[in-house]
Design a protein around this ligand. Structure first.
Ligand code: SF4
Length: 474
């Protein structure tokens, strides 16, 4: 959503009777911007003031002419695809976006390189946007502010539950803040400008609780593809810097609490950072990286941040990272030697990279197929018809024919957990079937030591059999 002024303050000032403003444009104004840049929804225009329909500032219900900068409308704005977590569409088009900050801070040339590729939308991004709009509506309702329920094909019972939980969580954070600071207030879906640190940098904060002491920023992540942590999260920190620029002069903010709320993964991740640490990070890490990134300078630097980079299928640095760990033959082509012949170091390196390597190979294959479908030829490759499997042309006719022959064509099958949850809704699912759910131990998996799961102890001859009389176990 973006504010578009239709009537700005005339040089001679506003007319004596403000109601005249209603007839000055074809579309009567629905919103107003004050002299500090804040935008409010209008409840009505009286002769001497504009009354506000919703205000995130306590005790602010109307604006007098000397506080009004312009009147206008808030309009929908198209949004780019979601970043990373596969959910919330980052509502900005800045070259150095908050959502991509982890990437351009670590790999500074990536921001300009990515502009070669088109923005694409996805179901996950659209679903995330629908969840955010619903969550925003619920927060307005909980604040007692008028709000129209959004309409979307993505709304389902699961989204209802998760947005309820999110809204409850934000209200609980607000209540907590009010315990120490009764004047604390909640700002919803606020545009946060951090362009004093990153050229043209801005983003949208889902929920910001402002007051003296600790400011809290809650970010709803509706995706479930990647678990997002609030720790050292550049996107959250840039939002915090934007909010600090806005409110730091008015409130005595000493600390920022950043909360990632990712309900579909039961993930609530929190980082608290004091203002000195935050501003030092901005000065020492972000500002220099932003200068390099804006100019397209620096080294291609592969890492975790490559996952959602649009250049990843073609990036030579990423290719080198993966192929460097794979043994090659004398001609330099990747080899697949028998694991018995690999050294321990080679095995450890290959297994540690295998997950991302498989994903990357899939991306390269998809990229090459897309190109080939558009007519591109690759040496040694050709486009052919893939394998297909036989299928029934008319399922009803098949069932009828089998029944006529005296057989039952259907198999009775219990719905899986996901389908059952969708059918019953989470609350009924939990109350009805909670006692029938178990989570068996997972199969042993070899992962990098940085993985958060505790290490399994493996039963060996040494651990199972105890030494007797100083003798070594057999
Ligand atoms: S894929 Fe290449 S350009 Fe993109 S972030 Fe990784 S190293 Fe940088």
């Amino acid at each position: 959503m973006t504010y578009q002024p239709t009537i700005t303050r005339p040089p001679e000032g506003w007319p004596d009777n403000l109601q005249a403003l209603n007839t000055m444009t074809e579309t009567p104004p629905t919103h107003v911007q004050d002299t500090t840049g804040d935008v409010y929804k209008i409840f009505g225009i009286n002769k001497k003031s504009v009354s506000l329909n919703q205000s995130h500032k306590p005790n602010l219900t109307r604006l007098s002419p000397n506080k009004i900068e312009s009147l206008g409308q808030v309009v929908e704005q198209s949004e780019p695809a979601a970043e990373g977590e596969g959910g919330h569409a980052e509502r900005d088009h800045a070259l150095l976006s908050a959502s991509g900050a982890n990437r351009w801070i670590h790999c500074t040339p990536s921001a300009l390189i990515e502009t070669r590729y088109e923005d694409t939308s996805s179901d996950a991004a659209d679903q995330g946007t629908a969840a955010h709009e619903l969550a925003e509506h619920k927060l307005h309702q909980l604040l007692g502010e008028p709000s129209t329920r959004p309409v979307s094909d993505w709304h389902d019972e699961e989204m209802e539950d998760h947005t309820d939980t999110y809204a409850d969580h934000v209200m609980a954070e607000l209540a907590l803040a009010k315990e120490t600071n009764p004047a604390a207030f909640l700002s919803i879906e606020e545009r946060l400008d951090f362009s004093h640190i990153v050229p043209d940098g801005f983003g949208t904060g889902d929920a910001i609780i402002v007051g003296d002491g600790t400011m809290t920023i809650v970010d709803l992540k509706y995706g479930k593809g990647v678990q997002v942590s609030a720790e050292n999260n550049p996107q959250m920190r840039l939002y915090a810097l934007g909010a600090l620029a806005r409110y730091g002069m008015i409130y005595d903010i000493r600390c920022v609490r950043m909360v990632i709320f990712q309900p579909r993964l039961n993930n609530v991740s929190v980082e608290e950072i004091n203002i000195d640490e935050l501003t030092t990070w901005a000065r020492e890490v972000v500002e220099p990286a932003a200068q390099f990134a804006a100019a397209g300078q620096g080294e291609l630097t592969p890492g975790d941040w490559c996952t959602f980079c649009k250049h990843s299928a073609q990036c030579p640095a990423l290719q080198a990272k993966y192929f460097d760990v794979i043994p090659t033959d004398t001609a330099g082509a990747p080899e697949a030697p028998d694991p018995d012949t690999l050294t321990d170091d080679q095995i450890a390196t290959i297994v540690a990279h295998s997950g991302e390597l498989k994903k990357w190979l899939g991306k390269v294959e998809k990229f090459a197929l897309d190109q080939a479908n558009q007519g591109k030829k690759y040496d040694g490759l050709k486009l052919v018809e893939g394998r297909s499997i036989r299928r029934f042309t008319d399922q009803e006719a098949v069932a009828q024919a089998v029944e006529n022959a005296g057989h039952n064509p259907y198999q009775r099958k219990l719905l899986g957990l996901t389908e059952m949850t969708k059918m019953l809704g989470k609350k009924q699912f939990d109350s009805l079937l909670g006692g029938f759910i178990e989570k068996p131990a997972g199969k042993p998996t070899l992962v990098p030591v940085a993985d958060k799961r505790p290490e399994l102890s493996v039963a060996t001859v040494d651990t199972v059999f105890q030494q007797l009389d100083g003798k070594e176990p057999a």
